[in-house]
Write a protein that binds this ligand. Sequence first.
Ligand code: HEC
Length: 221
Amino acid sequence: MEIGMLHSHVLVVTLFLLFLLFKTILLLANKKDLLAKVRKYKMVDPILGVLMLATGGYLLSLYGSAAPTYLWVKLVLVLIIIPIGIVAFKKENKAMAVIAVLLTFYIYGVSEVGSLTFSKDETAVVSDDSPAKNAAEVNIEGSTAELLKNGKEVYLAECKKCHGEDGKKGLFKAPDLTQSKLNLSERVAWIKKGKGVMPAYENELTETEIEAVALYLDELK
Ligand code: HEC
């Protein structure tokens, strides 16, 4: 369901971008007759706009409080682009049309990279440098039974939405945690730093909570 929603969202955004790009090219090339014909399909933009916001809003809601900043910025930009686009073609204003296209491309890029400045390091760890490499020795204190209990609570509250109760859900292409080959310290490092759509929990959870949930992942296997 969620993956299907992500695909629908990408499809709708792609269609929106192509339609906008097509109209902008016609506007820039002064193909006014053709543009007038295309503009007769008045409902295309509002329909795609609503679908874009509905699917995007749904995906955003899946993140709960862990939604990365770039997703909120995207949402605000989309709300700005839609009226700019409408006015641009109504007034046949080339500059505004170009701005709408550029902003749409920017959002598209931001979504692909998951960072506002296109620097991979901001939210994501560069793929060939696995966060696990920076893992330190893990010394967990407290009784194992208690840790596992806390770990499970954290897991159900924070991780279940993407990884599923059994670790196999795979939202946003998350790997099946029951098949994970990471050791405990690698998992701790991973949970702290996050990667791609997986949020970093360094500042969200305490050290003990992170270690407890990392330990709990063994229980899924
Ligand atoms: C928003 C969705 C999301 C949430 C919430 C989330 N994860 Fe993830 N997780 C992912 C994705 C996606 C990946 C794969 C990232 C990649 O490889 O780019 C991943 C990867 C992992 C991995 C690495 C597995 C491997 O073997 O490669 C571990 C471990 C993990 N997550 C644990 C957790 C834990 C523990 C929590 C809760 C504290 C959590 N995740 C919350 C989406 C999420």
